[in-house]
Design a binder for this molecule. Sequence first.
Ligand SMILES: [Zn+2]
Length: 274
Amino acid sequence: MVATIIIFIIIGLLVTGILVNPIFIKQRRKRLKSRPFPPLWNAIINNNLPIYLRLSPTEYRRLQGHIQVFLAEKQFISCGGLQVTEEMKLTIAAVACLLLLNERGEYFPKLRSILIYPSTYFVNEIIATGNYVVEERRVARLGESWTNDQVIVSWQQVQKDTHDWHDGHNVILHEFAHQLDQEDGKAEGVPILQQKSDYLIWARVMTEEYQQLCNDVQQGSETVIDNYGATNPSEFFAVATETFFEKPEELLKQHPALYELLQQYYQVDPVQWY
Ligand SMILES: [Zn+2]
């Protein structure tokens, strides 16, 4: 009896070891990417992502590969009475995977599930209102990225944001940029960069640009980057990502150093897509 249990434990450990082995993961992803991309999926994404057909042929193929991996590895959960459909999964995957075109080979590793609500959802938040005084309030949310393993979005907001692609607001780009930022365990506006020297350039450009946005907001000046980016450096990175993908021409014209930094990081040039 004991021997049987030990054999089962050893088999279990071996199977788990194989499943989390980087070589096995790499091979499985390679297989997923090489699967033919269903024409129906193409039609759905094209209906929901206005820039889909504007991507270069290689970006287009690579995005399809990432979508296949994303759909196989992430779990989609219905919330608030919504029924998750193929259209929802594909739209969210397609937008999120635009952030993976830099081919780092990571697929938002901390993220396990995407929770989808039909529209604005409410959460109870504990807010400190004074010394030793806390209040529980019901707060409306459109999306959020949790450091542990979840992204939560409202489908109504996703639809609005993908159809109004050029307004600079996109809850998926925003929340998945947070996922990139949180990959190293800290949410401070710095994703994992390729080389050590990249961190110095990132810190210099991001600090200058963040400070400029804070000043502009304080003075009430018009800004291409949404005011919400002045909340803190982590929000600045998420909002700058939305602007980079949705208003690339304005960003390039008004903030060339920031555009160049994000272009280097995401390895795409969204100006070419318009
Ligand atoms: Zn945010």
